[in-house]
Design a protein around this ligand. Structure first.
Ligand code: SF4
Length: 195
């Protein structure tokens, strides 16, 4: 589903979710706490998924059936994986601006080293970046990055984007208790799935 129901959140108020990644979970991370489950396809490079006009039409249709009181405060890219892997993210944001509703993007920030990703995110009105840890070892244990994602690139991209971006920048951090136990459980789970 590309456009899904308005959800209320403390940070964004009423938000209409946009999933710009097809049903398979495609991400540069496979976080041990991910609600979507294990990453089906690891990626660090951008790709074409939906045409921006398809996303635009789905959102248009969704907005047309909402009552005025349910009109969202934000259109939020929160994908089945990582929204910035979509090479057309910037084009989609530009098209959606026609609705005069602020655009938000929730990202794990691992691709911010890429200038094209930073340029696309500049078009959004609100961006949330994931910062679970500033320790590389813990980052690998919790976020389980794709092997082609490097911690130094992640940190320098994050710093560069925070210096360039002029709109509302938020961070999100998952507090994980007993991480070593979770890592062991997760590894066991993956072995079971693999078996
Ligand atoms: S970055 Fe988000 S979608 Fe990707 S694995 Fe982590 S929690 Fe799941």
């Amino acid at each position: 589903m590309i456009s899904f129901s308005s959800i209320k959140s403390r940070r964004l108020g009423k938000s209409l979710g946009i999933n710009n990644i097809p049903t398979k979970k495609i991400c540069s991370y496979s976080c041990i706490y991910c609600q979507i489950g294990i990453t089906d396809e690891y990626r660090s490079t951008r790709a074409i998924f939906y045409d921006p006009s398809v996303i635009y039409e789905k959102v248009k249709k969704h907005l047309s059936i909402l009552k005025e009181k349910d009109r969202p405060d934000y259109l939020t890219f929160v994908a089945n994986g990582k929204p910035t892997l979509d090479i057309n993210l910037g084009q989609s944001i530009k098209k959606l601006k026609a609705f005069n509703i602020p655009i938000a993007v929730i990202t794990n920030a691992s691709l911010l080293k890429s200038s094209s990703v930073r340029e696309d995110l500049q078009l959004a009105d609100w961006v949330s970046v994931k910062i679970d840890t500033a320790d590389e070892k813990i980052w690998k244990q919790i976020n389980r990055p794709y092997t082609k994602i490097y911690f130094d690139d992640y940190l320098s991209g994050l710093i560069q984007f925070s210096q360039e971006y002029k709109d509302k920048l938020a961070t999100e951090t998952m507090l994980v208790n007993g991480v070593m136990m979770l890592v062991r459980l997760y590894s066991k789970q993956q072995i079971l799935f693999a078996g």
